[in-house]
Each structure stands twice: as C-alpha cells, then as structure tokens.
Design a protein. Structure first.
Length: 306
C-alpha cells in the first residue's frame, strides 16, 4: 500500500505534541498532552504509544499507510543510534534506546533527533531560512536552542552537539548558567532573566507579553529592558557571524514575539560589533513556522531519512 502519512512528535518540558501529517507536511490531526502527567519515563513512552494508536484508529488508517514516526526531543540525542543521552528538564532519562523501544511497541519505523536541529531543518526547508545556505536558527525561551546549516546542510559536529548558541560565553566573570559554566548568553537572555530584569525595572512582577505590549506603546522602561536583551544577543551573534560568515540568522521561540523592538536592537548591536564583511552579509529574520516547526522538522526527517 502507498505511504500517505507521517506521525510527528514534539516532546517539550511542558507539552507532548503528537500530529498526523500528509507527505506535503500539512498537519491533519493534532493532540497536545501535558508532560506533567508523565513523570515517569515508562509512562511517557506508553503515552506516546497510546496517542499514536489513537490517531491510527480515529483516522481509520492502517499502519501500512504510515511512512514512519519522527520525534523531536528536548535534549542531546544520538540520531544515528536512536539514543536519548539525557533531558536537562525531564528527570529519569539516561542513555535510553528510545527508537528501538518505540519501534518494537508500534511496529513502525522510528526516527529521532534533537528538537532545535529539527526546527532548523524545518525553517531551512519550508520557513524563514529557505534559500539561505549558511544559517544559525535559534529558539529563545527558558532555554536557548540552536542549530546550524553550513553549505546548505545541517551541521552536527563530532558528537552531534553543534549549535549550542545559548552557551556561547559573553562574559568571563559572568553569572552562572544551567549548563554548569558561567557567563553564557543564556544566563543573560533566557526568559527567566528577562523577567527578572523587568521585575527590577518596574518593581513588580511583569510577564514578557506585558513587557512587549508596553514597549509597543513606547514605554521607556520596557524599551530599555528589550534594548539590553537585544544588545546581549547581538553581541554574541557578532562572534558567531565573524566565525562562520552566515547569510542568515533565524530567531524563534516565545521571546522572539517581542518583535521589532528586539530585532532592531539585535541588529544594531550585531552591526556595531561584527566585522564589516560579515555584518553586511547577514540577515536577522523572525522564524516562520512557530510552534509547528518541531513537528514539521520531525516529519521531514522521516520522509528524507537521516
Ligand atoms: Zn551555559
């Protein structure tokens, strides 16, 4: 029977998204489950199996119509052996051969990779990075994920760990970071830090959405918080473009919703700091595929193989 569908799965710190896609990467059906109900590893695995089987049943599919299952995962993984090394924000996962486990339980081909790498693939093939050859894609949120396209292809590095732009050091004497080092970009522009800066500036709790709304209304205090954030980002990205001579940087994730005020400040700091040839070449763009990038990237991985 002809293969007609792909199942894409995006596991995050709070949500598990499972989607049915056609071979043109259009999402036909989607289910979002809270990750909190699966504190145990085995529960999470059976949650994935149940969701996939439900899709197959409710959409009257046969397994023969499904090309395979692609998973995007929030941590370092070995895409070749199908192993999860660990998840920084979900305890209990260490060197888990997830691909083999799921393949056996579901009887379908399974592919898996790090979520930032899949987002990068999706933005490069179908989103904002389309047509660019040397690209950094980054997601700004609680953590900062990243992936690199070099000469038109995903660049993995020796241990499949390339692209960690959140852990580019920007201050030798800087604040400590979740990765165990200090002075990393993430310690300055992760959304917890932005919220903390905003709280100090406004002397009350303030959400990032409100901070963006105030900046849109030209509130000086809010503009200054985004200026500082954009400036840290532009400074770090200048180092990246000097090293790699990128033609595009694509930025997504919750923080990127701050929009023009953030992007203007990133551009200003980047152009001021980077070397002239590299600064002139690079375009800083907003990601296009939003929350679906991980799922679409997972489906691309299944269709195109690794
Ligand atoms: Zn770090």
């Amino acid at each position: 029977m002809n293969k007609k569908f792909i199942i894409g799965i995006d596991l995050g710190g709070t949500n598990l998204k499972v989607a049915l896609l056609d071979l043109n990467y259009h999402i036909k059906d989607k289910e979002i489950l809270s990750t909190r109900s699966f504190m145990e590893k085995d529960q999470l695995i059976s949650g994935i199996v149940r969701a996939v089987n439900r899709f197959i049943k409710y959409n009257n599919l046969s397994k023969a119509e499904i090309m395979g299952i692609g998973l995007g995962l929030p941590g370092p993984t070995d895409a070749k052996s199908g192993t999860v090394h660990f998840f920084p924000n979900i305890p209990g996962w260490k060197e888990v051969k997830l691909r083999n486990i799921l393949k056996e339980k579901l009887g379908l081909p399974v592919f898996l990779d790090n979520d930032a790498k899949l987002m990068t693939t999706a933005e490069h093939k179908l989103g904002a990075a389309r047509g660019f050859n040397n690209v950094l894609c980054m997601t700004l949120g609680t953590g900062i994920g990243g992936g690199l396209i070099i000469n038109g292809k995903l660049y993995r590095g020796f241990d499949n760990a390339a692209g960690e732009v959140g852990h580019v050091p920007i201050n030798e004497n800087g604040s400590s970071c979740n990765c165990g080092a200090s002075g990393c970009l993430e310690a300055y522009v992760g959304n917890r830090k932005i919220a903390l800066d905003a709280k100090k500036a406004f002397k009350r709790n303030i959400t990032l959405e409100e901070l963006s709304a105030l900046a849109d209304k030209h509130n000086k205090v809010a503009l200054e918080v985004w200026r500082k954030t954009g400036s840290h980002l532009g400074f770090a990205l200048a180092g990246v473009v000097n090293l790699l001579n990128l033609d595009a940087i694509v930025i997504g994730g919750g923080v990127a919703k701050a929009g023009k005020v953030l992007f203007d400040n990133i551009n200003n700091a980047l152009k001021a700091q980077a070397m002239s040839v590299q600064a002139k070449r690079v375009k800083v763009l907003k990601a296009k595929l939003g929350n679906e990038a991980g799922i679409i990237g997972a489906a691309i991985m299944v269709k195109e193989g690794l």
